[in-house]
Design a binder for this molecule. Structure first.
Ligand SMILES: Cc1cc2nc3c(=O)[nH]c(=O)nc-3n(C[C@H](O)[C@H](O)[C@H](O)COP(=O)(O)OP(=O)(O)OC[C@H]3O[C@@H](n4cnc5c(N)ncnc54)[C@H](O)[C@@H]3O)c2cc1C
Length: 432
């Protein structure tokens, strides 16, 4: 492998971590990391939080500025990759010569889903993905600015919270009953609805946008609940994987780019990681695609090790976090909002742990303003055991004692021996 060349498309979290993973695994060949954005690889979570509120000027870099040079990683910014030719193993760059690869990683992430309605082209309608988007928005968030946020998913909810914290008048529009309903279900989504209302957000459930109104710039939003005045609008109705290059390479697409447990696509020497990868997950025994920071960070790293020739299988449990006002949460696992919910603590006091269960097994857990329990929740999920829900709900019962650790270890060993590409957790999670 040492003479070979790795090319990574997408110089963000998954891509930069993949370069790190390949070097850590001993890959000595060339690494070319290409991204269309002008900045060194950075992390996006602050863009809807402290960076958006102007509390923080610096971006959170994936690596220090000197890192890429020190590790022999050729970082090429402001460069768009417009094509892939798998037969000659080259990628086509806009305005430059094709670049050859021996291993290619697609880490092109997601883009916001756009609303195509009358008036969608008016100025003052924003989407949020990049630092440029966040900077454009934060310049306009001020005391009394009337902000209409369309969609109460994670991005919309965080933007609504940040805008309120900046003194804006905020209307949050959501077609479902509560924020985050598909992920959290109605009861837990209700905690977020109440939180926003308490902080002065005008939350409009069961409401759909029909048009944006104004001359050149948006001045109001037409909705099923009537017209809402707006100085600016932020649309956060989800993100979609950027699969254009994968399509040009002739790869199968199925909710992103399908990959195996070592992040290999069906295309020869082509890998995918981060938001675009729909990975066969050995623990779940099915493909899942995760649009969260920890997955891009860890799966990207594991993909780098895999490209360096290390037998890798990535089976970290999905994890994410969100901060809104003074409510911080972590979520681990993979469940539907419609799964059974058990709550430990008092949801109304906003210090609790929620568990989602199916057939008595814990699939996911969310700790809200309760810390240092995430690993324990992960242990319960990995145990795959039917759990005593009374013990789960009882804050006096130590979480560590709920699942039988001996049985859990045996179950884990069984699940691993049945997993494809399995040769231990080779670099899936480390270093963090
Ligand atoms: C505002 C915001 C807040 C978030 N907050 C949280 C949070 O609190 N918690 C959490 O868990 N997750 C959060 N996330 C999600 C998390 O940031 C993503 O999961 C993560 O960024 C995915 O990383 P990635 O490297 O796969 O993709 P991306 O970060 O999207 O990076 C893909 C990169 O590829 C580049 N690219 C794409 N196509 C090409 C091409 N053809 N040529 C060159 N370059 C290309 C793009 O410009 C981009 O730089 C947030 C996301 C956003 C947008």
């Amino acid at each position: 492998m040492s003479e070979e060349r790795i090319v990574i498309v997408g110089a963000s979290l998954a891509g930069a971590r993949a370069a790190e993973g390949a070097r850590d695994a001993g890959f000595e060949g060339e690494i070319l990391l290409i991204g269309e954005e002008p900045d060194d690889p950075y992390e996006r979570p602050p863009l809807s939080k402290d960076y958006l509120r102007g509390e923080k000027d610096q971006l959170t870099w994936v690596h220090d500025a000197g890192y890429y040079g020190e590790r022999g990683i050729d970082l090429r910014l402001s460069t768009f990759v417009s094509g892939i030719d798998p037969s000659s193993r080259t990628v086509q760059l806009d305005g430059a010569n094709p670049e050859p690869y021996d291993r290619l990683l697609l880490a092109t992430g997601c883009e916001p889903v756009s609303l195509d309605l009358p008036g969608s082209g008016l100025s003052g309608i924003h989407y949020l993905r990049s630092v440029a988007d966040s900077a454009a928005l934060r310049d306009q968030l001020g005391e009394g600015t009337r902000v209409v946020v369309v969609g109460a998913g994670w991005i919309g909810s965080e933007v609504a919270a940040s805008a309120r914290q900046k003194g804006c008048e905020v209307v949050l529009i959501e077609p479902r009953e509560v924020p985050l309903q598909t992920v959290l279900g109605t009861r837990l989504g209700g905690v977020y609805r109440d939180l926003h209302i308490e902080h002065g957000v005008d939350y409009k459930s069961g409401t759909k946008v029909e048009a944006f109104l104004g001359e050149d710039r948006v001045t109001s939003v037409g909705t099923t609940a009537g017209e809402i005045p707006a100085d600016l609008v932020v649309v956060g109705i989800g993100a979609t994987p950027r699969t254009g290059l994968a399509q040009l390479a002739g790869l199968e697409l199925n909710d992103g780019v399908p990959v195996d447990a070592g992040m290999r696509t069906e295309g020869e020497c082509i890998y995918a990681a981060g938001d675009i990868a729909n990975q066969y997950h050995p623990f779940y025994g099915e493909r899942i695609r995760v649009e969260h920071w920890a997955n891009a960070r860890r799966q990207g790293y594991a993909a780098g090790r895999s490209m360096a020739g290390e037998e890798t299988f990535y089976d970290d449990l999905p994890y994410f976090f969100s901060d809104q006002y003074d409510l911080g949460m972590e979520y681990i696992g993979h469940a539907e909002g419609s799964d059974e919910v058990v709550i430990r603590g008092d949801a109304e006091s906003r210090e609790f742990i929620a568990f989602w269960l199916r057939e008595g097994r814990v699939l996911a857990g969310m700790n809200v303003n309760v810390w240092d329990v995430n690993e324990r929740i992960g242990d319960l999920i990995r145990s795959k055991q039917a759990i005593d829900t009374a013990a789960l709900a009882d804050p006096e019962t130590d979480l560590a004692t709920i699942a039988d650790p001996v049985q859990a270890a045996a179950d884990e060993a069984d699940s691993r021996s049945g997993a494809s590409h399995s040769a231990g957790r080779a670099g899936g999670t480390s270093p963090e």
